[in-house]
Design a protein around this ligand. Structure first.
Ligand SMILES: NC(=O)c1ccc[n+]([C@@H]2O[C@H](COP(=O)([O-])OP(=O)(O)OC[C@H]3O[C@@H](n4cnc5c(N)ncnc54)[C@H](OP(=O)(O)O)[C@@H]3O)[C@@H](O)[C@H]2O)c1
Length: 282
């Protein structure tokens, strides 16, 4: 289908169309607000679109765990805006619990949103981007997608999977003029902490209950005193302006970003012991 000719003001980026999943709160909402203020035409998604309706951007209904909902959401954006320049796969939630305590159904549930949700959105937008031979896919991963944390194993597994598939996708779609980028935030002050789900077993006498409580108390404290989601929004704006963006951008406290570097240089056993002590599981 021929696409309408669009003109951009290079300074304000007015007219560029961006779809951000999970824009009803936190990082997604901060990104949507910032880009909308900068002149982008922003479509944010939520499973309950009235939840974030007060923003300076349009909210549409989308459940990334549901294929039909994703296709309908993308079709709505293309029908209203005529094209799509960038997608930010941000929708996701946290999950606390020991790996042994996690049922297969619970593992599937978090993968459905955090990983398969991203794949569904990519599959829905890529034909359009390939046809236009342009586009940005920005996947919101986590520093937890580079370092697995105790009692957040399944969450980290979804982000490790996102990291791997983004790395491959980037090389596959570059010949079509499409950029794939990963944003890896450290702990960020959002509703993520309150929305974290936990294994059923953790409520029913798990042998891991005590150490899980201690580890998650550290995690929750770090999130609630973490960086502002506006930091991620600033980074996203910079990425979308770049002509040759890198694969990975981390954002967050210096100490958390340093941990990623330290992991490469420290002996494995030492790094693991520092991490276990920090999260009070040893
Ligand atoms: N906060 C942190 O410390 C942190 C650190 C690293 C990475 N991240 C990542 O950043 C992203 C955003 O998290 P946040 O901190 O902004 O958390 P948040 O405030 O809880 O926001 C999560 C967003 O995801 C949406 N969402 C959840 N499940 C969805 C589904 N099945 N379909 C569509 N939307 C869904 C929610 O929308 P509705 O409920 O309205 O549908 C909400 O807008 C996540 O991918 C998270 O893993 C967060």
């Amino acid at each position: 289908m021929p696409q309408p000719h669009r003109c951009y003001n290079r300074l304000t980026m007015t007219g560029k169309v961006v779809l951000i999943t999970g824009a009803s709160s936190g990082i997604g909402q901060a990104c949507a607000r910032r880009l909308a203020r900068r002149g982008y035409q922003v479509f944010g998604t939520s499973r309950r679109p009235q939840a974030g309706a007060e923003g300076p951007f349009e909210m549409i209904a989308m459940d990334v765990a549901d294929e039909t909902s994703v296709r309908q959401g993308v079709a709505t954006v293309l029908a209203q805006a005529g094209s799509l320049d960038a997608v930010v796969n941000n929708a996701g939630f946290g999950f606390g619990g020991a790996v042994e305590d996690t049922s297969i159904d619970e593992a599937r549930e978090i993968f459905e949103t955090n990983f398969f949700g991203m794949l569904r959105v990519c599959a829905a937008v890529l034909p359009h981007m390939r046809e236009r031979r342009a586009g940005f896919i920005v996947n919101v991963s986590s520093l937890g997608g580079l370092i697995a944390l105790p009692f957040q194993g399944m969450y980290s597994a979804t982000k490790f999977a996102m990291e791997a598939s983004s790395e491959a996708l980037r090389m596959e779609v570059r010949p079509f003029g499409i950029h794939v980028v990963l944003i890896e935030p450290g702990d960020t002050r959002t509703d993520f902490t309150a929305n974290r789900r936990r294994t059923q077993s953790s409520q029913a006498g798990s042998p891991y209950a005590d150490s899980m409580q201690r580890a998650l108390a550290v995690v929750e404290h770090d999130e609630q005193t973490g960086t502002s989601p506006e930091e991620v929004a600033r980074l996203l704006e910079r990425i979308l302006r770049s002509r040759s963006p890198r694969l990975r951008y981390s954002v967050g406290s210096a100490s958390q970003r340093f941990a990623v570097v330290a992991r490469k240089w420290l002996p494995g056993a030492l790094f693991e012991s520092v991490l276990a002590r920090y999260y009070r599981v040893r």
